[in-house]
Every structure is written in C-alpha cells, then in structure tokens.
Design a protein around this ligand. Structure first.
Ligand SMILES: [Zn+2]
Ligand SMILES: [Zn+2]
Length: 384
C-alpha cells in the first residue's frame, strides 16, 4: 500500500466525519467545505469549487503535457434514518450516508494524499467530488458548468461499492452496467363536488384505479437485457382526507426503468398515451412531468481495459460475467461518456453486507486502500 498506517487512520477519520454529517442531493455545502479543507493538506495544484452546485475538483498536474484522467466520487447522502449503534453514526435525523459515498470520497482523498507526494509524470489527474448523484441531477449540472471545460477528461473512471459479493472482489464489464430510469408524475384535475352528489363533479377515482394497474402492467416482464422494462408506482394521492368531498384532483408517481435510452423513449411514449387516454375519457385535465432522470450507464471498452489492467497489476480478483450486471438501479456517471471514454467498476462490500440504501448499511473501510490502489495504478499506467 502506498499510504502509511498513519495516513490511512487519518483518511478513516475523514470518512467517519463525513458519515456523521450527511447532506442530501443539492445541499452538500458542508460536505464540500470538509472535502476542500482536507484537500488543502494534500496540496493539489488547483481546487475548483461550486462545480455544478456544490461540486469540488482537485487537479494534479504532471511535468509535461498529456491526457487528463478524471476519477469521480459522489458527495451526497440519503434522506433515510440510519439505524446503527456506531460511534460515528449520523447526527442528522432522517439522513444517512447509506450508499457509501462517504467511502468513495475517502478513496479519492487517499488518491489526493498519494498524488500530493508524487505528481503524475505527464498529463493531469482530476479528482471530482460530484454533487447530487442520488437524484440524477449532479453529473448533468457538472457537465453543463462552464468551468468544466477547463477540466475536460480524456478518460473518466469511477467505482461503486457493491454488497452481495465477496469483500474486495470486483465486477467489471464492457457495455451497459446500469439502467436508465425516470420519475413520472401524473396530475389529473377534475372538479370537486359534495360527496352526496359525485355526479355534479368530475372525480379522477376510476381513472386512477385503472392507471395504477395499467401503468404497472406496462413493463415488459422481460429478463435483464435490451427488452427489459419495469414500471413501479411509488406514490398515489386522490382528493383530500375528508368524507364530505368527492375528489377533484389526483396524483400518481411512477418510476420507469429500462436498460437502454431507446427503450426508455418508447416506454415514456406508451405511458403518456395510456394516461392521456384515461384522462380524456373521464374529462380530466392532465399534466405530466419528470424528475430524477437518469440515462443508461454504459462502460467504454478502452476505459474498461485500463481498469482491467490495473486490477491485474494489483492482483485483485475480478470477473466480467456476473448475472448481477447490468443492474436494475441507475447511476448518473454514465453521462460522462458523452465527453470521454468512461467506465465504472463494482467493488464487493461482502456477501452478507447490508444492501445499499438499507438503514443499517455502512461503508466497509477495508475498501478504501483497495479502491485507491486500483485507481492509482490505472493513473500510473496511463500517465506514468
Ligand atoms: Zn445510492
Ligand atoms: Zn451510490
């Protein structure tokens, strides 16, 4: 390992500090401040802040020109109450670092520590601490920030810890690794009336009842692959909690999920047609909007090769043929592929480790040196 025990202890303490103070997507001001404070000790050549929101980037320059390698971690925690007896458990009620982004940031801090002691020979390394991954807004905001042009990578790499496989074992494959998804919000507006005279109003009751079933049925029920699609109704609301009113308004929230962006366009169209037809038949106004939009996340072969070589050089076990990939969850890192070859690998958190977003999840600190070794080796292989 390239870090001393003292440096590792310091980085673990940094992770626990982040863990105590989780902030949700778009609100990561304090996390960004902590990251910048810790980065100063690792002496980057440049720190860019407020990137696409609260994003932070640390730049390490080589002595001679060459390509830019970007390594990305996420700043945000989740709006979930942490259930644990850990000494460093979340101090913020209803919020927790339950996806391991505190650990991912610590891996980048380990890299910063190493790069602060030894710059790359050529080119440069950008360590990106990206905001708002959990709602799919952050990568797009970072890419849209004019300052990003000064950081534009020639290759972008990332990892996500992965419960359910052995600790430290890696899954890595070319092509799709995460699904496209988007939250669809349908608002149906009719007219309230006295509950004794529903015929005087326009109630969305039957339209909602049919849509809850029909939207759920819209998924392909196909196994994971190009034809996979899934619709999950996540929330519904009809009228007000009162016995005297026949409802005049309803809301349905559903998450649409597909493997490919093409299939998503098709699913969106079919869901909108379905909802529009029901609304028209009942004489209801309809408004459809979308949130939490994730594009498919697809690994580029050249970036996968760079990671595979680094894993081999470091003697870390890895496989490409897992039934767990591509996964049904979404990840906004795929968007960086619009500017450079990109790849993400999945680092085992342990076979029986609590799953991501579970209330009792905690990032395994043993993964910090492993993740950092893989990235540092990939950087050294590319930039010397
Ligand atoms: Zn997550
Ligand atoms: Zn995550």
């Amino acid at each position: 390992m390239f870090l001393t025990q003292e440096e590792l202890t310091h980085i673990n303490a940094f992770r626990r500090e982040l863990h105590r103070h989780p902030e949700v997507s778009g609100e990561e001001a304090e996390t960004a401040r902590r990251v910048q404070e810790a980065l100063l000790l690792a002496k980057p050549d440049r720190i860019v802040s407020n990137l696409g929101g609260h994003g932070v980037a640390a730049v390490y320059e080589g002595a001679i020109p060459g390509p830019t390698v970007m390594i990305r971690a996420e700043l945000d925690g989740l709006p979930i109450e942490e259930l644990s007896d850990l000494a460093y458990r979340s101090t913020v009620s209803g919020k927790g670092h339950l996806c391991g982004h505190d650990g991912h940031m610590s891996i980048l801090m380990a890299l910063a520590t190493a790069l602060g002691q030894k710059r790359p020979t050529k080119g440069r390394v950008v360590l990106l601490f990206q905001p708002a991954e959990e709602n799919g807004a952050g990568a797009a905001a970072v890419l849209a920030d004019p300052e990003f042009a000064t950081l534009k990578p020639d290759m972008a790499l990332s990892l996500h810890n992965f419960p359910g496989i052995p600790l430290g074992h890696v899954l890595l494959r070319d092509g799709p690794v995460n699904c496209a998804s988007r939250g669809m919000k349908i608002v149906l507006t009719g007219k309230t009336s006295h509950a004794s005279c529903p015929e005087d109003g326009i109630a969305p009751t039957f339209a909602v009842a049919r849509l809850l079933a029909a939207l759920t049925d819209l998924g392909s029920h196909a196994p994971m692959g190009a034809d996979f699609s899934l619709v999950t109704v996540t929330h519904a609301r009809l009228g007000e909690p009162a016995f005297g009113i026949s409802p005049g308004r309803a809301e349905i929230w559903a998450t649409l999920r597909t493997l490919t962006d093409e299939r998503m366009a098709d699913l969106v169209q079919r869901a909108e047609t379905l909802a529009g037809t029901e609304a028209r038949a009942a004489g209801l106004q309809i408004e459809v909007s979308y949130e939490d939009i994730f594009r498919q996340c697809c690994n580029s072969p050249e970036a996968v090769d760079a990671l595979r070589r680094a894993l081999d050089d470091e003697g870390i076990s890895h496989q490409s043929d897992s039934p767990l990939l591509p996964m049904k969850g979404s990840e906004d890192f795929g968007l960086f592929r619009t500017v450079a070859p990109s790849a993400m690998f999945f680092l085992g958190s342990g076979e029986t480790h609590p799953q991501l977003h579970n209330p009792d999840y905690d990032f395994p600190e043993a993964l910090i040196p492993i993740g950092a070794r893989v990235f540092l080796r990939a950087i050294t292989n590319i930039l010397g």
